[in-house]
Design a protein around this ligand. Structure first.
Ligand SMILES: C[S@@+](CC[C@H](N)C(=O)[O-])C[C@H]1O[C@@H](n2cnc3c(N)ncnc32)[C@H](O)[C@@H]1O
Length: 402
């Protein structure tokens, strides 16, 4: 079957007998024989059994886990082709808001070993990823992770040969200036013994469902952390739970772009995390109001704030009505589920002249742009390739009031 398009999750799209067939690890223009592995009333999922017509951009995936672990989507093609496919993926969504204009792309210089964060699932003494249908795939290393993380991973594997856990869900590695931090997340507290394999790392033990949630508590820590995140001349602390962009080099490009486009008097920075962008924006604006619901991130934002920065600890949708009245510019940087309808309604009602929307999920981005389209016009769209080799991308859209 002929691959005619690319899905929002990076699979090749074919059409056969009136049904859509998604085939991972292919390229538009290829002709492939597939083995159907899943069939529903609306679509099928196939695996490549044979390639009849090969893409000229095909290349050998360097990672043995590619296609199994569920992490990467584009190791089978050259990087410039991956970027072209990502642009098609984004354009397929932007058609819904009638946008056919220019899209510029900021590439990532590193396409491997760029991630400062790695989260591995723990199962019966082994570490790995959850691939198709949540199948556990044991891995020895990950080509996306920073090399310092991979060195720490060797120490953690040595540790796990000596100690096993019943309630350990996953281990997160974070790497910035000052080394690597380890966070063990348990579903229930259990006995933990620090060992010389882990002595050089700050180690945190947390209990809960997901690390980033306020419901998850750190119940023990070993070895002081002096880790720092340095960006555009500012230095920030790194903690176990709050969000930081995973690709430092591309993050710097993204924030520089935002700063170039914001010269407002009063800027609302919604979904502001631990205040990195707020602090950078504060150098240019009269006042920056950051809004963030996560407690640990809010506390850091309070600790690092400059005089013209205010941090609101709340859900954006609960307080936006008040702050949209005083802002000239709003920066939105929501999680993958995008903005709450109430946030967009209040922006529409306000006098805010410019909206800067940073998104890590172009499907919810397109949905939210659709809600704004009668009131704000898109003046610039740029892709920041924060997550090379995967189907995820960061997009920054600048909108101005009609
Ligand atoms: C993609 S991160 C952006 C962080 C920040 N702008 C940065 O660049 O470091 C999204 C942030 O939004 C927060 N968040 C998610 N839903 C929220 C909501 N409804 N109200 C306030 N904050 C929210 C998360 O805790 C997270 O810190």
């Amino acid at each position: 079957m002929k691959i005619v398009d690319i899905s929002h999750s990076g699979s090749g799209v074919a059409r056969e007998n009136g049904k859509v067939v998604f085939v991972r690890g292919t390229d538009i223009g290829e002709d492939v024989v597939v083995r159907i592995v899943k069939s529903t009333a609306k679509f099928e999922v196939g695996k490549v059994a044979k390639i009849n017509v090969r893409s000229p951009y095909r290349t050998t995936p360097p990672c043995p886990y590619f296609g199994e672990c569920g992490g990467c989507d584009f190791q089978h093609i050259e990087y410039h082709r991956e970027l072209a496919l990502k642009e098609i993926m984004l354009r397929n969504e932007l058609k819904k808001v009638g946008y056919f204009g220019e899209i510029s792309v900021e590439v990532s210089k590193q396409i491997y070993h760029y991630r400062n964060k790695l989260k591995l699932t723990y199962r019966s003494g082994e570490l790995g990823y959850l691939g198709d249908d949540d199948m556990f795939v044991k891995i020895k290393w990950c080509m996306l992770a920073d090399n310092e993380i991979l060195r720490a991973l060797e120490d953690v594997k040595t540790y796990l040969q000596k100690y096993s856990f019943k309630y350990l869900k996953n281990i997160t590695f974070r790497c910035f200036q000052g080394g690597v931090m380890l966070v063990f997340l348990f579903s229930e507290r259990e006995k933990f013994s620090l060992d010389n394999c882990l002595e050089k790392y700050p180690v945190f033990l947390a209990v809960g469902e997901v690390l980033e949630s306020d419901k998850t508590k750190i119940f023990q820590s070993y070895n002081e952390s002096d880790m720092k995140y340095e960006i555009l001349g500012e230095v920030f602390p790194v903690d176990a739970k709050s969000f930081l962009q995973v690709n430092c080099v591309v993050a710097e490009k993204l924030y520089s772009h935002v700063l170039k486009n914001v010269a407002g008097e009063v800027v609302v920075n919604a979904y502001s995390g631990q205040g990195v962008l707020s602090k950078l924006l504060a150098k240019k604006a009269k006042k920056v109001i950051g809004i963030e619901m996560q407690t640990s991130a809010h506390k850091i934002a309070e600790a690092i704030k400059s005089e013209n920065m205010e941090n609101i600890h709340a859900k954006v949708e609960d307080v936006i009505a008040k702050f949209s009245k005083v802002a000239n510019v709003i920066v939105l940087d929501p999680a993958r589920n995008g903005c709450h309808t109430r946030v967009l309604e209040e922006i529409i009602r306000s006098k805010i002249a410019k909206v800067v929307y940073i998104s890590c999920n172009f499907s919810t981005l397109a949905r939210d742009l659709k809600r704004l389209e009668k009131f704000y016009k898109i003046v610039n769209i740029k892709i920041f390739d924060m997550f090379p080799r995967t189907a995820n991308l960061e997009t920054c859209v600048i909108l101005e009031k009609f």
